[in-house]
Design a protein around this ligand. Structure first.
Ligand SMILES: *[C@@H]1O[C@H](CO)[C@@H](O)[C@H](O)[C@H]1NC(C)=O
Length: 327
C-alpha cells in the first residue's frame, strides 16, 4: 500500500474537480453506493431465479456440469476460482479457499502450451490471453492466502507474469493484450483484437503479485496497461469495446466490468487521479445515459440503452462499485 501517494492524489483530484463547473462535477461516494445498490436490486429482481439459484439461466455450474467446478476451459475454471477466493475474503470460510485450491490443481494441467503459458482449453488448439492472465491472478491470490499447503503458488505466479510480460508476445505496442496466440506460429496471427477484459484481468493479477513480492515493477507494468486502455479503448472518455456500437455477443457485455473492477484494485495500491476521474466519468455516464427508467443498464456505457441483460447489468454494477471505492 502507498497511503501517502493515495491521499496526495485524492487532494489533487479534489482540487482539479473544484475548478470545474457544477454540471460536470462527479457524483459523491454515497451517490455511487446508492446507485450500485439500486442496480443490484434491479439485477436480482429482473434476472435472478430463486427457484434454481441462477441469474438468467447462465452461470449454471456445477449443476449443469456433472457436479464439478471443472470443465474443458481453463478460463471458466479460473473465473470460478477467483469467485471462491472473493467469497473466502468476505466470509473467511476455508471451504471456499479449498475449492479454489482444488481448481488450481486442474489449471496446472494446461501449462504445457507450445511456446510457454497455458492452453485456453483441453482441446489444446489455442493460447488465449484471458486464461493466462487469470492463471496469474489465481496463483498470486492463493500465494497470498495459502501459506504452506504444499503447492508453490508463488513460483507459479512469478513465472507466469514473466512469461506474459516478457516472452509471450501477447502485449502489443500500445501496451494492450491481444486476444491470443496461434500455436502453429506462437504469434497472434489473426487474434489481434484488444478486448477490455484482457486489459482488466491482468491488472488484478499484477496487483496480487505486487502484494506478494513488494516488487513495484509489477505496478509499473499495470500502469502502462491501464494508461494504454484509457488512451486506446475509450470514446470521449468512456470505456468502449471493439465493435462499438453494441457488444459482439451477450458474454462480451461482461467485459468492461472486468476492467473497471481491476482498475479500482490498482488505484488502491497506486493512486492516480486519472483513474479516479475515469471511473467517476464512466459511472456518471452509465447512470445518466445508459439506463431505463426501471433501472436497467445497457452494454454501451455512453448510451443509448438497448439490449439490457444480466451481463450488461452486472458490468454496470462493477463500474458503480469501482467509482464508489475510489471516490
Ligand atoms: C432503481 O431506480 C429507478 C430510478 O432511477 C427506479 O425506477 C427503480 O424502481 C429502482 N429500482 C429498485 C429495485 O430500487
Amino acid at each position: 500500500m502507498a497511503p501517502q501517494t493515495l491521499s496526495k492524489s485524492r487532494v489533487t483530484a479534489a482540487l482539479a474537480l473544484s475548478s470545474f463547473p457544477l454540471a460536470v462535477r462527479a457524483a459523491s461516494r454515497s451517490d455511487y453506493i446508492s446507485n450500485a445498490l439500486n442496480a443490484t436490486d434491479v439485477l436480482n429482481q429482473n434476472w435472478y431465479d430463486s427457484t434454481n439459484g441462477l441469474w438468467q439461466d447462465l452461470c449454471a455450474a456445477p449443476s449443469s456440469n456433472g457436479g464439478t467446478w471443472l470443465n474443458d476451459y481453463y478460463d471458466d475454471e479460473a473465473w470460478w476460482a477467483l469467485a471462491w477466493i472473493a467469497a473466502f475474503d468476505i466470509t473467511q470460510d476455508i471451504n471456499y479457499l479449498c475449492t479454489a485450491r482444488s481448481i488450481f490443481q486442474d489449471l496446472t494441467t494446461g501449462l504445457d502450451a507450445t511456446g510457454g503459458g497455458q492452453w485456453w482449453s483441453k482441446d489444446r488448439d489455442y493460447i488465449a490471453s484471458i486464461n493466462n492472465e487469470l492463471f496469474l491472478a489465481v496463483a498470486a491470490s492463493l500465494a497470498n492466502r495459502s501459506p504452506n499447503d504444499g503447492t508453490d503458488y508463488r513460483t507459479y505466479a512469478i513465472n507466469q507474469a514473466d512469461w506474459l510480460i516478457y516472452h509471450s508476445g501477447l502485449m502489443n505496442s500500445d501496451d494492450l493484450f491481444v486476444d491470443g496466440l496461434d500455436p502453429s506460429t506462437c504469434t497472434p496471427g489473426s487474434h489481434t483484437t484488444v478486448w477490455t477484459y484482457n486489459q482488466g484481468a491482468i491488472l488484478g493479477g499484477l496487483v496480487e503479485l505486487y502484494r506478494l513480492t513488494s516488487d513495484t515493477s509489477y505496478l509499473d507494468t499495470a500502469d502502462s496497461i491501464a494508461h494504454g486502455t484509457l488512451l486506446h479503448l475509450t470514446n470521449t472518455g468512456i470505456l468502449t469495446e471493439p465493435g462499438y456500437p453494441g457488444p459482439p455477443d451477450a458474454t462480451a457485455a461482461h467485459f468492461k466490468g472486468v476492467f473497471v473492477r481491476n482498475l479500482a484494485k490498482l488505484q488502491g495500491v497506486r493512486g492516480d487521479e486519472n483513474y479516479v476521474s475515469f471511473l467517476q466519468r464512466n459511472a456518471d455516464s452509465i447512470w445518466n445515459s445508459d439506463r431505463e427508467g426501471n433501472g436497467e443498464i445497457g452494454p454501451d456505457w455512453q448510451g443509448p440503452l438497448f439490449d439490457a441483460s444480466m451481463a450488461s447489468q452486472s458490468s454496470g454494477i462493477d463500474c458503480l462499485v469501482a467509482a464508489a471505492a475510489v471516490s
